[in-house]
Design a protein around this ligand. Structure first.
Ligand code: AMP
Ligand code: MG
Length: 259
């Protein structure tokens, strides 16, 4: 799984990452079967996290439109007990949010002790869509990589395990998924005119993502590049990385001193 981790300081060129890669478990059925086991393990780990009421877990999901953020939330976050998990979706900032610094709306949503929070989009939009559409001057967004690293460092220093996932699909796969949204009445509600406009900016987004991955993968908040053309592999991989990271916390059920 280390293959998918961006090392701190690594200069990422997305062309070097195959979005159709399935190398760890090439067989779909096998991956789906393994994933069921991972879901059970995630549920057990979450219960310990909640019971111990000490550490905090923040999962950040980023990727272009149709990359599968909602799918990961349904399949992976769906493994957890709803009492201990919260999903926060970041949309266009409100005027009140815009009156504050870009981290204001984000900081108020981070996990407390024993919680898992999933960010569906995040503060990274402030160096992605904001950069691509020049919503603030370059001098402003350029500083944000460092500000983000410092912010995440603060969260990590207060006991937050931070895991960031970039869901990597290619342009053809996006075409297929957008077409499916248009053709399939059960998916049409997801279709958004704006997505076609964003698609024309594919190269700009890619460059912006390469900078995010190169500048903000740190020891305390690493990025994973998840090949996401195959939904079953994407789910398996995110599940496996989460299990691995949560096991690394060496969680234990607390003892009661009075018994
Ligand atoms: P969706 O994820 O499909 O619900 O779309 C949310 C939209 O909000 C996307 O187009 C994002 O780019 C946009 N968005 C999220 N955060 C920001 C931000 N900080 N500034 C501008 N647009 C944002
Ligand atoms: Mg959308």
């Amino acid at each position: 799984m280390k293959k998918y981790l961006v090392r701190p300081g690594q200069r990422v060129k997305l062309a070097a990452f195959n979005p159709s890669d399935t190398r760890l478990v090439p067989d779909k059925e096998q991956a789906e079967k393994t994933f069921l086991g991972l879901q059970a393990r995630l549920a057990a780990l979450q219960e310990m996290l909640f019971a111990a009421h000490d550490r905090k877990v923040l999962i950040v999901l980023q990727g272009t439109d149709t990359s599968g953020k909602d799918g990961v939330i349904r399949h992976v976050a769906g493994s957890f007990n709803p009492q201990g998990i919260r999903v926060v979706s970041f949309r266009q900032p409100t005027s009140e949010e815009l009156d504050h610094d870009f981290l204001w709306r984000v900081h108020s949503q981070v996990p407390g002790r024993g919680d898992i929070v999933v960010f569906n989009r995040s503060h990274y939009e402030d160096v992605l869509v904001v950069r691509v559409h020049e919503l603030v001057p370059e001098a402003v967004w350029k500083k944000r990589y460092e500000q983000i690293n410092a912010f995440e460092r603060t969260l990590a220093d207060s006991g937050t395990l931070i895991l960031k996932f970039f869901l990597h699909i290619d342009k053809d796969e996006q075409r297929k998924r957008l077409d499916a949204r248009l053709e399939d009445p059960t998916k049409r509600w997801k279709f958004n005119e704006g997505d076609l406009k964003e698609r024309r900016l594919w190269k700009d987004y890619r460059r912006a993502y390469e900078d995010v991955l190169s500048k903000t993968s740190t020891a305390w908040a690493p990025w994973h590049i998840v090949p996401a053309n195959h939904k079953w592999y994407r789910n398996y991989l995110v599940g496996a990385i989460l299990v691995n990271a949560l096991e690394g916390l060496r969680l234990k059920y607390p003892k009661r001193a009075d018994l």
